[in-house]
Design a protein around this ligand. Sequence first.
Ligand code: 5GP
Length: 205
Amino acid sequence: MVERRKGMLIVLSGPSGAGKGTLGEMLRAKDKKVVFSVSATTRKPRSGETDGVHYHFMTEERFEELVAQDAFVEYATVHGNRYGTLKSEVLERLERGQDVLLDIDTQGALQVMERMPDCVSVFILPQSFKELRARLTARNTEGQEEIDLRMRNARREVSEMNRYRYLIVNRTGHAAAAYRTLRQIVLSERQRSSRYFPEVEDDEK
Ligand code: 5GP
């Protein structure tokens, strides 16, 4: 039988600092069928971030233009900046049978779940809020005010976790275990019969 599968959309969310970026990167690095969707954002690049690799960095005006052109699958304002998933990063790849990974916030994820209900939504939970604050502080990329804002948003995001199909607790020091769980979810979801095209090549004829 020839494998003719539709690509699936994997939506990864969770509070900033919960480790979803790392888990997503592990998945993408080890699974060649998974590709990452590079989001558009109006946030300024952090040191070490490259345009077109980590994000498509752009002005507020350009972002608005794209909204007007209906270029987004979803978009939202997160921590005061605008972020959006571009259709051009997602739709064609799904058609080609690739699995597309989105690292997006809960507002965006809920829009995607509504529009594409067969997406695989996964919420990454930290073991505690105290631990989350410690991780954000250790990362040293945000100031105190920004950390407080992210903690407030974290509480809001966690309150939506039951809207997701899967939940993974990413315990500090146990990222490998969280990754294994994520991988199992992806492998099982890939086998859903609904993801396969009905044609089975009849090579007996
Ligand atoms: P950061 O600025 O730390 O890279 O990301 C901040 C938050 O924005 C994260 O929770 C991340 O998941 C979310 N985010 C990144 N890209 C998108 C996107 O395209 N859409 C939405 N809704 N959220 C995004």
